[in-house]
Design a binder for this molecule. Structure first.
Ligand code: ADP
Ligand code: ZN
Length: 727
C-alpha cells in the first residue's frame, strides 16, 4: 500500500506538502514526528501531520524520520493550523516555534547539583553545644536534611555538623539532584484559608463552568492582594478532581519563583512541570515528553507554554493577562493570552484571565458579556490600599532625581527601619551624554537611537542592539572637554541615594544587575531578609513578588512611559503605576506611594492614584472609540526591513499601492518610517492596516502572497497581527 504523508515544512511556505512514505519507514512513522524531506534541490525538516493511503503519483519520497517518538499529539494540529492562519505565519514555522528549542543537538545533559545529606543514626542523647542541639533537632524532625537547606537556616553549620557526625548522632551521605532554581526554592507550608464572599462567588461560577464542561472564558479582576492566586489554586484543585489537567501562563517565569512555590506547596501529590529558561535543552525535552505522556498534571510557563502538549486540558490560567510580554516580538508574533483563549475554545476548557489592571480589550469583552466577569474588590487580608500622592514636578524641578516630599518620606522610612522601593523605568547612568559646548550627542551607528551612558563599566551602550563604545573625554565635534551625562537612569539614582543616605543599604534591580544566573533570586532573598533598605529598579521591581517589609514606593518619573509614541501608553502607564503602588503595604504596616510627574492631571495618573480602574477605563475607552483603535478597531502592522534604504522604501511603496487597490473598507496607513527607522543596521518602514472588523483585514492579508512578489530582493516583510509594540 502506498502511504502519502502530509508535511508542514519549517520554511516560509503557506501550504502543506505531500510526500510518499517509503515502505521501510512505514512502521516507524507516526503523526507528530519530524521528518527530512526534499524541497527543490535542498532537504529540509518538516512535521508529519497526516498519513493516508493514496496514489502518490509524481510525489517525492520522505528521506528520513528524525524522531523516535512523536513530539506533539494529533489533537494539537488543528490548533497549530488556526494559529498559523490567524497570525499569517507559515504552519511549519509555527510548529517549530511551538516545540521546545534545541531539539536537534539534543544531548541529555542535565544540570546536576551534588549535595551532602544528613540523617539521624537513631542514637539518643543530647549533644554538648546549643547550636548542635538546634541542628540535630531539625534533622531529627524531618528525618533527612540537605546541606543546602541547613545553610539556608543556619548560615555556616559545618563545624557543628562535623561534631555531630563524630559523636555518632548523624550519618553523612551524598545525593545528586537536578539543579532547578524552582525546585531549590523552599516550599512553604500551604495554609488553607476560608474564602471571602467575593472569592466564594468567583469559585462557584468557575466551578459550575467546570462541571458543565466546554469553553468558558472568565476575567478575574482583582486588585493586588485580593486573593487571585488563591482562586487559581482552588480551581485547579477542582480541575484535577475532575480528572483533567491545568496550564498556567505567567508573563516572565524567571520573576515568579514565589508563585511557583505556592503551587508546589498546594499540590504536593501531583507532578508539576515548570518550563523556564534555566532548563537545559535536555531537561526541557524531558519535561515536554513527560507532559505528552500524560504524566504531568500542571504545567507552568511563559507564553510558549501555551503550546505544551497537554491532553484533557481542563483550565488555562493566564496570570497578569495585561502584560505585554505575552506578545512575541519577532518571528511568529503571537500573543500568549489570545492563543490561550483560542486553545481553550478548541479544547473545551475554562480560561481564567487574571489581572489587577486588565487590558482594555479584555475588560471590554467582559463588559459586553463575551467573557464572564469575576471581580475581587477587596484585599483578602483587609489591608488598606496605600495612600498615593502625585508630586507635581512642574511646580519646581528638583535638583537631583528626588523631590523634597519623596526624599523626606524616604528619610522617615529609613529612620523607622522600614523598606522602600523606587521605580525608574530606565537603566544605566544617564539616557545620553551631551557636549554642553556644542550640543553633540552620541548615537548608535546601527540604530536610530542615542546611546545610554553606563558609568560602572564606563561605556556608551545601545539598548536595542548592544553596540558599545568607550565615551570620549574630548568632544569629537568641538574639541571641548565638557561632556556631561544628561538625565538619570537607575545607576545614577542609586549613586544619588548613596550620597543622600550614606548609612542606608541600597540595592539595584534591573537588567544590568540580574544577568548573572541566580542574581535576581539573590536580590529578592536579600529584600525578604531585610538586608536592603532601599531597592532601586526598573519595572522589574513592580513584578511577581511580594515584599511584606515595603511601606514606601516612589515612582521617580512616570512620564517616560506616558509620553511613549503608542496608543496604549496611557493603558501601560496606568497598569505599571497601579502595579507598583500595590507593592506598598503588603505586610502588617500600611503603605505610602509617591509618584513624581510633569503631568499630574493626566487621567492615567489621577485614576492610578485613586486605585480606580473603572474610571480609567471609562475615559480611555472613549479615546479608543474615537480613533477606531482596539477594542473597536483591528490592526495589522506590516514591517519592511533591509540593508538598503532605497529598496526598502520602494518595496513599501509597491506593497502599499497593491494593498490600497484591494483595501475595501480597510484603511491602509503609510508607508512611513518606523519610529525606530533604523535598527541593528536595517532600514525599516511600516504600513499599518486598520479596520472595524477582522473580515476585511483577513481578505486583504490573503492578497499578501501575491503582493509580496513586488518587494525587491533583500527586503524582508514581517506581518504583525494585533501588534503590541509598534516601534
Ligand atoms: P493576589 O494574587 O490577588 O495578589 P493572593 O492570592 O496572593 O492575592 O493573596 C494575598 C494574600 O492574602 C496572600 O497572603 C494569601 O495567602 C492571603 N489570602 C488570600 N485569600 C485569603 C482568604 N480568603 N483568607 C485569608 N487570607 C487570604
Ligand atoms: Zn544599536
Amino acid at each position: 500500500m502506498i502511504l502519502v504523508a502530509t508535511v508542514a515544512v519549517a520554511a516560509p511556505l503557506d501550504k502543506t506538502l505531500s510526500y510518499i512514505l517509503p515502505e521501510t519507514l512505514q512502521t516507524k512513522a507516526r503523526v507528530g514526528m519530524r521528518l527530512r524531506v526534499p524541497l527543490g534541490r535542498r532537504s529540509v525538516v518538516g512535521y508529519l501531520l497526516e498519513l493516508a493511503p493514496g496514489a502518490g503519483d509524481g510525489l517525492k519520497a520522505v528521506l528520513e524520520i528524525l524522531d523516535e517518538a512523536p513530539l506533539f499529539p494529533a489533537e494539537l494540529i488543528p490548533f497549530f493550523v488556526r494559529a498559523a492562519e490567524y497570525y499569517r505565519h507559515p504552519l511549519g514555522e509555527v510548529i517549530r516555534a511551538a516545540l521546545p528549542a534545541g531539539l536537534s543537538g539534543r544531548g541529555s545533559e542535565v544540570n546536576i547539583l551534588r549535595d551532602k545529606v544528613y540523617t539521624p543514626t537513631g542514637i539518643e542523647g543530647k549533644p554538648p553545644g546549643a547550636r548542635q542541639l538546634e541542628i540535630l533537632a531539625m534533622i531529627r524532625d524531618s528525618g533527612r536534611v540537605s546541606l543546602t537547606e541547613l545553610r539556608e537556616r543556619f548560615g555556616t553549620p559545618h563545624s557543628p555538623l562535623k561534631r555531630l557526625v563524630e559523636l555518632g548522632f548523624l550519618k553523612e551521605g551524598e545525593e545528586e539532584r537536578r539543579r532547578d532554581p524552582f525546585l531549590d526554592q523552599p516550599v512553604p507550608a500551604y495554609e488553607s484559608v476560608e474564602p471571602t464572599n467575593e472569592q466564594a462567588e468567583a469559585l462557584e461560577r468557575v466551578g459550575k463552568a467546570l462541571t458543565a464542561g466546554g469553553f468558558a472564558p472568565f476575567l478575574l479582576h482583582g486588585i493586588t492582594g485580593s486573593g487571585k492566586t488563591e482562586i487559581y489554586l482552588r480551581t485547579i484543585a477542582e480541575v484535577l478532581a475532575l480528572g483533567r489537567r491545568a496550564l498556567v501562563l505567567v508573563p516572565e517565569i524567571a520573576l515568579t519563583p514565589q508563585l511557583v512555590s505556592r503551587f508546589r506547596a498546594r499540590f504536593t501529590e501531583v507532578s508539576i512541570a515548570v518550563l523556564h529558561s534555566g532548563l537545559s535543552d535536555g531537561e526541557r525535552y524531558d519535561a515536554w515528553r513527560a507532559i505528552l505522556r500524560g504524566e504531568v498534571a500542571i504545567v507552568i510557563g511563559a507564553r510558549s507554554a501555551v503550546f505544551a502538549p497537554i491532553r484533557e486540558l481542563g483550565i488555562i490560567i493566564v496570570d497578569e493577562e495585561h502584560e505585554s510580554s505575552y506578545k512575541q516580538g519577532e518571528g511568529f508574533r503571537y500573543h500568549g493570552r489570545d492563543l490561550a483563549l483560542l486553545r481553550g475554545q478548541m479544547a473545551g476548557a475554562a480560561v481564567l484571565l487574571g489581572s489587577a489592571t486588565p487590558s482594555l480589550t479584555t475588560f471590554h469583552r467582559a463588559r459586553q458579556g463575551q467573557t464572564g466577569y469575576l471581580p475581587l474588590t477587596r484585599r483578602a487580608l483587609a489591608r488598606p490600599l496605600p495612600e498615593v500622592t502625585l508630586v507635581d514636578l512642574t511646580a519646581g524641578r528638583p535638583e537631583g532625581s528626588l523631590s523634597e516630599s519623596l526624599a523626606s518620606a524616604l528619610r522617615e522610612n529609613l529612620e523607622r527601619e522600614e523598606q522602600s522601593l523606587l521605580l525608574l523605568n530606565r537603566r544605566g547612568f544617564a539616557p545620553f551624554l551631551l557636549c554642553s559646548d556644542c550640543g553633540r550627542t552620541f548615537r548608535c551607528p546601527n540604530c536610530e537611537i542615542t546611546l545610554t551612558y553606563h558609568q560602572g563599566r564606563r561605556q556608551l551602550r545601545c539598548h536595542y542592539c548592544d553596540y558599545a563604545e568607550t565615551p570620549p573625554e574630548i568632544c569629537p565635534q568641538c574639541r571641548g572637554g565638557n561632556i556631561e551625562p544628561e538625565g538619570a537612569g537607575t545607576e545614577r539614582l542609586e549613586e544619588e541615594l548613596a550620597q543622600l543616605f550614606p548609612a542606608a543599604r541600597i540595592a539595584r534591580m534591573d537588567r544590568d544587575t540580574t544577568t548573572r544566573k541566580g542574581a535576581h533570586q539573590r536580590l529578592m532573598e536579600r529584600m525578604m531578609r531585610r538586608d536592603v533598605d532601599v531597592l532601586v529598579g526598573t519595572q522589574m521591581v513592580a513584578k511577581g513578588h511580594d515584599f511584606p517589609g515595603v511601606t514606601l514606593v516612589g515612582v521617580v518619573g512616570a512620564d517616560s512611559t506616558l509620553n511613549f509614541p503608542d496608543f496604549r501608553s496611557a493603558e501601560r502607564t496606568f497598569a505599571l503605576l497601579a502595579q507598583v503602588a500595590g507593592r506598598a503595604g503588603r505586610g502588617a504596616k500600611p503603605g505610602r506611594v509617591f509618584i513624581q510627574t510633569y503631568a499630574p492631571d493626566h487621567y492615567a495618573l489621577v485614576c492610578a492614584a485613586a486605585h480606580d480602574y473603572g474610571r480609567f477605563y471609562e475615559q480611555e475607552i472613549v479615546c479608543r472609540e474615537e480613533l477606531d483603535y482596539p477594542p473597536f478597531g483591528f490592526l495589522v502592522n506590516l514591517v519592511l526591513s533591509g540593508n538598503d534604504p532605497q529598496r526598502v522604501s520602494r518595496g513599501a511603496d509597491a506593497l502599499a499601492e497593491g494593498l490600497l487597490r484591494d483595501a475595501g473598507t480597510a484603511e491602509v496607513l503609510g508607508p512611513a518610517p518606523c519610529p525606530l527607522a533604523r535598527l541593528r543596521g536595517k532600514s525599516r518602514m511600516q504600513i499599518l492596516l486598520k479596520a472595524s472588523s477582522r473580515a476585511p483585514l483577513r481578505r486583504l492579508l490573503s492578497r499578501l502572497p501575491d503582493l509580496e512578489r513586488k518587494i525587491p530582493a533583500g527586503v524582508r516583510l514581517a506581518v504583525d497581527v494585533d501588534p503590541v509594540d509598534m516601534l
